[in-house]
Design a protein around this ligand. Structure first.
Ligand code: ADP
Ligand code: ASP
Ligand code: MG
Length: 401
């Protein structure tokens, strides 16, 4: 079997953890499998590197940020190869450049375009355990790019697809995918399995257990994933096309505390304005989520929407540059908000999910600021300070007896 095993930052946070991973990898190798290991940076390394960057220059060039962040993953793969080598096992570490993992050019948020599998295949053929840096790629300028926070999951899935691996295992610091972040909701329970579509929604809406693009790729290439703990032998959660679980209205609750609300006040009330606003943002790859339009004063309208914290600065700058052309009287930004979502394939065929969610929020006195829905999710924007009580209440309503 060819197995791709990805270990996140906390799974390789120190010497003991690295040795623990090395033992798990060694076991598969000794059982006759070909093993490709994908690693994140150790512990909080990525955050620490970012802090260093912004200390030197708050407007650090994105290219240089990627150059810096890539060091984190490079450290862990080299150390892992050393740990395996100490155990007498043949191992080789490779960075994105050495593999040749080609991405789009966008620093800080690149996407995979193509992966050359030759180098890895050759190393595997010669009997080596191959350890690859997660989170990074190379663009057409031969520069290092990164895939966005949490992107190592995507590296693992992309490699599994490119190598046609028999298994893709994502090891983390919890035992699988839960009905809510187990660190926020103590009654959250582990799912046996979840569909790609539901997992994609949960990941996109804030459940950081998987990078959303990894789920997108897994679905596209039919890579079945298992999410499990690097510290226990517990079974984990399978992410795949269809799941057996029937009759579940809601499969999980997700929270995104990094949402920013942008409000455009006093926009001219005529056709084409909304198009121009969102077209501008789209052309710059700014992802917009919950959108609300309301009637303002004197035949104007107000438009508000949410963007991710990482894109708020860019969005605000774009809107300010174009404020006059877009007929916006005032632009406001609010950070103390959070998105709370329920996700479930079951809601496609069942009425009343929204009402039930709103009731749960009403019961605990939480005010809803904005609402968005799709076939399989309902999202509300609430005040950041309400997040804990709201999440527990919604989880209790749908997912506890
Ligand atoms: P890694 O470093 O292994 O990639 P992450 O921190 O990126 O780990 O993701 C794991 C974390 O995701 C968990 O510690 C947990 O707090 C959080 N999380 C959020 N939502 C969920 C969920 N529904 N199920 C499991 N974990 C979740
Ligand atoms: N080290 C990167 C991050 O912290 C990538 C990852 O962990 O997946 O975001
Ligand atoms: Mg992660």
């Amino acid at each position: 079997m060819l197995i791709v095993k990805k270990f996140g930052g906390s799974s390789v946070a120190n010497k003991e953890r690295i040795e623990n991973v090395a033992r798990r990898v060694a076991e598969d190798y000794k059982n006759g499998n070909k093993v490709v290991v994908v690693l994140s940076a150790m512990g909080d390394t990525t955050d620490e590197l970012l802090e260093k960057a912004y200390e030197i220059n708050p407007d650090a060039p994105k290219r240089e940020i990627d150059m810096l962040l890539a060091c984190g993953e490079q450290t862990s793969v080299a150390l892992m190869a050393m740990a395996l080598s100490k155990m007498g096992l043949p191992a080789i570490s490779l960075n994105a450049f050495q593999v040749a993992m080609h991405t789009t050019s966008k620093y800080g948020n690149a996407r995979f375009k193509r992966i050359d599998s030759e180098r890895i295949t050759n190393e595997l053929e010669s009997g080596k355990i191959v350890i690859v840096t997660g989170f990074q790629g190379v663009n057409k300028y031969d520069d290092i790019t990164t895939l966005g926070r949490g992107g190592s999951d995507t590296t693992a899935v992309a490699l599994a697809a490119a190598l046609r691996a028999d298994a893709c295992e994502i090891y983390t610091d919890v035992e699988g995918v839960y009905t809510a972040d187990p660190r926020m909701v103590d009654k959250a329970h582990k799912m046996k399995e979840i569909s790609y579509d539901e997992m994609l929604e949960l990941a996109t809406l804030g459940a950081k257990v998987l990078h959303n693009r990894s789920v997108e790729l897994a679905k596209k290439y039919g890579v079945q994933l298992v999410v499990r703990s690097s510290l226990t032998e517990a079974e984990g959660t399978i992410v795949k096309e269809v799941t057996k679980v029937e009759g579940m209205l809601v499969s999980g609750v997700a929270v995104d505390k990094e949402a920013v609300r942008i409000a455009l006040v006093g926009v001219e009330n005529k056709p084409g304005i909304a198009f121009k606003i969102f077209d501008l943002l789209a052309k710059h790859n700014v992802n917009v989520d919950v959108i609300l339009q309301s009637i303002g004063r004197d035949d104007t309208k107000d438009i508000s929407f949410t963007v991710d914290q990482t894109q708020a600065k860019e969005a605000m700058a774009l809107l300010r540059e174009n404020q006059e052309r877009l007929t916006i009287q005032k632009i406001e930004e609010e950070v103390n908000v959070a998105k709370l979502s329920v996700v479930g394939a079951g809601m496609q065929t069942h009425a009343g999910v929204a009402a039930k969610m709103f009731e749960a929020l009403y019961d605990v006195g939480v005010n809803i600021r904005m609402i968005a829905t799709s076939e399989i999710r309902i999202t509300v924007l609430i005040d950041l300070e309400d997040v804990q009580v709201a999440t527990k209440a919604v989880h209790a309503k749908f997912l506890e007896d």
